[in-house]
Design a protein around this ligand. Structure first.
Ligand code: C2E
Ligand code: CA
Ligand code: CA
Length: 589
């Protein structure tokens, strides 16, 4: 009984009704009750720990009365209608608060939640003894149900996604908490998350077709999910384009995967969605008592992301892959801190050598991150992560500023080689990037000729139009541009020809094992020839050995970069390397 009362009170508190201001939607019902009974007093009375609190009232001054021996408390406890025709004649209520204040007649109908908890009563009171008819009791009961409908409606508001009409994340959290409480045994359940589309896809869709189209997609998906999963299963719209639900009790992972495969194909086949969305699903086995709802949702997201990145339709949550995600997430989370701190990020510089003169003609600027917990994180790991976030703008500007600051001291010390900074796709799409570059050049007093920018083919192709505009503006300032990782993308040289770039850097994967690889050599030879025909200077990346350098020299490759000449070095070491006469072919000497 005590346990029931705790849960009853819990249900009442969850509704957030107590001590809220009066509202017309409740007052209207209370007035109707008073009119139907032709009685001066009526109230919506909620049974709290030790008081009856009136959400709505006519004919009473107080906001609450003590719960002790209040008839409404009995209505709430028993969830039954109570009629006291004459309190003065009633042993139980004669000396109660109401009895003593002159009330003679009482009728109350219970306010009962769907789960069966009695919250309180809708009651009418009179100062004269009175009889009631069947019809009056039916009317009072109907009105009590209207009060409950109103309560549930208000509660649902803020728990329903307006577009899909489905319960939202808050409701998901609540229901999972309830599930943990109800399912005391540690039964394994399967939770499923359906993710309609990649964030970038959604952004594009919204940009091109307007937000209405996305809403229509979400609506269509919600309708289809309801239809396929049936009335029995609750589907939650946990974020604008994500749906979560629990697989039927006792379902096995393998069955769930098959079932989901069908569901996803239907989702995609549903007209309108086909070409616009690529739905994937994540599945997480869990015991309701063993996981917090928020953690469950996080695991679901992680599994769905796995599915997306592995080109599977559905993916089962894996702890190991989750570790990767956590690391990924940490890197993303900590980058702003790294940008603010003065000892986490540092630059190293790798010389580019002219193959004829053997002189250093430029240095590539490469970023290093000493993470306080993860240690040294390689840029091949953190750059792609940050490139997918908004931090990439700040990161590139950080590198640019630090590189130009270094360039300033080198120019002052008599080293005049240009520095070459790597730029990301997002920078090219950023219409103020060019201004930022100009500002940085001015801040450090560096002529544009001393700066090169490297862009990968894939970065250019991401939004070719915007990229072209930015590149042209940069070229117009007098900055030299190079195409990085050449050969790894899909673009054709004839397209690249349209770009205002001067340098092509052939990707290391073509260069590293050139020695003894005839097909590779003819490929690189044709890359060099073609590039020259189109007016490019050619740099080979990843030159590690003398034989490769010799092959490249014979092929008339202009420049080379790689461990053979120098690893990426901190500024001071690079100066020492420069002063020591740069690179000398030790074998030849
Ligand atoms: P990348 O632009 O192609 O830079 C060349 C990478 O090859 C560097 O790796 C360099 O250390 C490595 N490398 C140079 N010579 C050799 C060699 O002879 N053999 C081998 N095996 N490797 C060589 P790193 O420094 O780890 O950078 C990896 C990638 O991270 C870079 O590739 C670049 O795409 C990106 N990155 C580094 N710093 C920045 C930055 O400041 N901004 C941006 N957007 N990307 C950066
Ligand atoms: Ca580069
Ligand atoms: Ca490269």
């Amino acid at each position: 009984m005590l346990d029931y009362e705790c849960r009853r009170l819990g249900a009442l508190q969850e509704l957030n009704l107590l001590d809220t201001p009066p509202s017309e939607s409740f007052d209207r019902i209370t007035r109707m009750a008073s009119q139907i009974f032709d009685l001066p007093i009526a109230a919506v009375s909620l049974t709290d720990v030790d008081r009856q609190w009136f959400k709505s009232r006519v004919g009473v001054q107080h906001q609450s009365i003590p719960r002790d021996r209040a008839p409404c408390a009995q209505v709430a406890e028993r969830t039954e209608v109570l009629v006291v025709e004459d309190m003065a004649e009633d042993a139980c209520y004669r000396d109660s608060h109401l009895g003593r204040s002159g009330v003679r007649f009482y009728a109350g109908a219970p306010l009962v939640t769907k789960e069966g908890f009695g919250l309180g009563a809708l009651c009418v009171l009179g100062t004269e003894p009175r009889h009631v008819t069947e019809r009056e009791i039916r009317a009072l009961t109907d009105l009590a149900e209207m009060v409950m409908a109103q309560i549930e409606l208000q509660h649902a508001y803020g728990r329903i996604e307006p577009v899909s009409g489905l319960p939202n994340r808050i409701q998901f959290y609540d229901d999972m908490t309830d599930l943990a409480r109800d399912e005391q045994d540690a039964n394994l359940r399967l939770a499923v998350l359906i993710d309609l589309a990649e964030t970038a896809q959604i952004d594009n869709l919204t940009r091109v077709m307007g937000p209405g189209h996305l809403d229509a997609c979400v609506k269509a998906a919600a309708r289809l999910l309801r239809l396929e999963l049936g009335q029995q299963r609750t589907i939650y719209n946990v974020s604008s384009t994500q749906f979560a639900f629990l697989a039927a009790k006792g379902s096995q992972e393998a069955d769930a995967l098959v079932e989901l495969g069908d569901l996803l194909s239907h989702l995609q086949a549903a007209t309108d969605l086909r070409f616009l969305l690529t739905p994937v699903a994540g599945i997480v086995p869990f015991t309701p008592t063993g996981i917090e709802p928020a953690e469950l949702l996080q695991a679901l997201n992680s599994a769905a992301q796995d599915a997306r990145h592995s080109n599977n339709q559905a993916s089962l949550f894996s702890l190991e892959r989750d570790e990767k995600h956590r690391r990924h997430f940490k890197i993303l989370q900590d980058v702003s801190e790294a940008l603010r701190s003065d000892n986490q990020l540092a630059l190293v510089f790798q010389p580019r050598i002219d193959l004829q003169s053997r002189k250093c003609v430029a240095v590539e600027v490469l970023l290093r991150w000493q993470h306080p917990e993860l240690g040294n994180v390689s840029p091949s790991e953190f750059i792609p992560i940050i490139e997918r976030s908004a931090h990439v703008r700040d990161l590139t500007l950080w590198v640019l500023n630090a590189a130009l600051g270094q360039s300033r001291s080198w120019i002052d010390a008599g080293f005049t080689m240009p520095v070459s900074v790597n730029v990301s796709a997002a920078n090219l799409e950023d219409h103020v990037f060019v201004e930022h570059v100009m500002a940085a050049l001015m801040r450090h007093g560096i002529p544009p000729l001393h700066l090169e920018l490297e862009v990968t083919e894939s970065a250019i192709m991401k939004d070719a139009k915007a990229a072209l505009r930015t590149l042209e503006a940069l070229r117009d300032i007098g900055i030299k541009l190079s195409i990085d990782d050449f050969g790894t993308g899909y673009s054709s040289l004839s397209y690249l020809q349209k770009l205002p770039t001067e340098v092509v850097k052939i990707d290391q994967s073509f260069i590293r094992n050139l020695d003894g690889d005839e097909r590779g050599q003819s490929l690189v030879q044709s890359m060099i020839t073609l590039s020259h025909d189109l007016g490019y200077r050619v740099v080979a990346e990843g030159v590690e050995t003398n034989p490769v350098r010799e092959i490249l020299t014979q092929m008339s490759c202009d420049e080379a970069q790689g461990y053979l000449f120098a690893k990426p070095l901190p500024a001071l070491e690079l100066e020492t390397w420069m002063k020591a006469g740069q690179w000398r072919d030790k074998a030849a000497a």
